[in-house]
Ligand binder design. Structure first.
Ligand code: TYD
Ligand code: MG
Length: 458
């Protein structure tokens, strides 16, 4: 009989310790330790046969086989996955509650069910609820479904049905009775995921796992969940807007650069193949504080409007808020404006927003952000026909951005007349300026120049 050992494990990051700790040294979370009983595993028992260790092979001589991919029938989802689902792979889909994870996977399941056998297992909703959602989505295909929460029942059902695709909604709602912890705790989530990964590889079933995220936006339960699977996708967006962005953060079979854009409508998630024009208000009367930037989302350019509002504060400590851009990035741009462009935000509240609930991660948005802040502060509007892109350095220089040609082409396509870009990028385009017909290219070296150019009437 193996000796049972007691361990304490952090519910957030999976940190293990031999004694209970009030604060986790791994993630600094308070009161997150719980007890787990483990039996030393992996030790060779003297009885059973010992398998020979595999002999190392020369990589070049290994048969790569053929990677079997199938389309989900949803172009935007395929794009993020790098061209469809790889057979036997495990894909984790995270996102806030109510963002549309179940809807997306039910839609994908329906499309896939035309050619494949699909099993949708829900630990969160009853079959009636799933049926009702399917009605709303006008799903006519045959999807095998079950409402259960016990892992072993799920594994049994899957082994019996032998589907090509299994959807597990959600990983936190399943549990195994003989393991420690309540459903959703580290040990349960680890156990459920490990079993499903094994099922996927052994039976060649592609598995979609829904994962909840915590309020900080990371996958609930330990980070190791992300390590165990092949792909990690996040569905994000603002509940109060209909746009949803599907972002890949890990992909063992492709790049993680691509995003998928959807709109949540009454008949489910609708793909947006050409999203560029969605994230801006183009009115004839440009308002102070609104500036368009050309952001690259994967290989696709996206024109997005950044809005800033700078107003006198009634508080001793002025308010600084931002939606869609990291607040630290906003603080950095504001500090550079203060130091190198002589624009003071002392005693002023600043609010920043990106239209349509999009999140911008690229530093190329800095330039438009700086111009929008200055524009609101000075009450001068920016010519509505302008686009700006450039990264701002700490010394006030405007640094070049990648893929400038695509950003320019997209602006030409949408009828913009002026593009404010880093001088270094303009230099690189010296010989091909005429390609961007109708677009006036204005190169800027530093922040002071950029603000002057940006707020110029035309
Ligand atoms: P859901 O897929 O249940 O989210 P998650 O699984 O991520 O928690 O989506 C829930 C929301 O989506 C719900 O509040 C209503 C909305 N919705 C639509 O707007 N249209 C639809 O066709 C469907 C099915 C849902
Ligand atoms: Mg759901």
């Amino acid at each position: 009989m193996a000796k049972v050992k007691t361990l304490f494990c952090c519910n957030d990051c999976g940190y293990e310790s031999h004694k209970w700790l009030g604060r986790c040294p791994g993630c600094s979370e308070w009161n997150s330790f719980f007890e787990v009983k483990t039996t030393p595993a992996g030790r060779k028992s003297s009885a059973g046969p010992v398998q020979a260790a595999p002999a190392p092979q020369i990589l070049r001589q290994v048969d790569p086989g053929r990677e079997e991919r199938f389309s989900t029938g949803i172009g935007e989802l395929d794009r993020v996955l790098g061209g469809g689902v790889v057979g036997g792979s495990v894909i984790l889909l995270g996102g806030d509650p109510g963002i549309g994870k179940s809807t997306l996977l039910l839609q994908a399941a329906a499309k896939l069910a035309r050619a494949k056998k699909v099993f949708y297992a829900s630990g969160e909703e009853s079959l009636r609820q799933i049926r009702m959602r399917a009605e709303r989505l006008y799903i006519k295909e045959d999807i095998f479904s079950a409402a259960l929460t016990e892992l072993d029942q799920l594994l049994e059902a899957a082994a019996e049905l032998k589907p090509d695709l299994l959807v597990v909604d959600s990983v936190q709602s399943f549990y195994r009775a003989e393991s420690d912890g309540v459903p959703g705790s580290v040990s349960q989530v680890r156990e459920v995921t490990a079993e499903l990964v094994r099922l996927a590889k052994e039976k060649n079933i592609a598995v979609f796992l829904v994962g909840h995220v915590t309020k900080e936006g990371v996958m609930a339960g330990p980070r190791m969940l992300e390590h165990m699977v092949d792909c990690v996708l996040y569905l994000e967006g603002d509940r109060y807007h209909s746009f949803r962005i599907l972002r890949g953060v890990k992909n063992r079979f492709g790049s993680t650069n691509e995003i998928g854009v959807f709109m949540m409508e009454s008949e489910g998630l609708i793909e947006v193949a050409n999203p560029s024009h969605l994230f801006m208000n183009r009115s004839s009367e440009p308002a102070p504080g609104a500036v368009i930037t050309a952001s690259m989302e994967g290989t696709r350019p996206l024109l997005v409007e950044i809005q800033a509002l700078v107003a006198p504060s009634n508080y001793p400590t002025p308010k600084r808020t931002s939606a869609g851009i990291d607040l630290n990035r906003v603080a950095l741009v504001m500090a550079v404006l203060e130091k190198h462009a002589g624009i003071s935000f002392f005693g002023l509240d600043t609010f920043v927003n990106v239209v349509g609930g999009v999140r911008l991660y690229e530093p190329a948005a800095d330039l438009a952000l700086a111009i929008s802040l200055a524009s609101s502060l000075k009450g001068k509007s920016v010519n509505g026909e302008s686009v700006a892109a450039g990264e701002i350095g700490l010394t006030g220089e405007i640094r070049p951005v990648t893929r400038i040609r695509q950003r320019l082409n997209e602006s030409v396509k949408l009828g913009f007349k002026r593009f404010i870009l880093p001088a270094a990028n303009l230099e690189e385009l010296k010989k091909e300026k005429e390609k961007f017909s109708g677009l006036k290219l204005v190169g800027v070296e530093n922040i002071r120049e950029a603000i002057a150019v940006g707020l110029l009437a035309n």
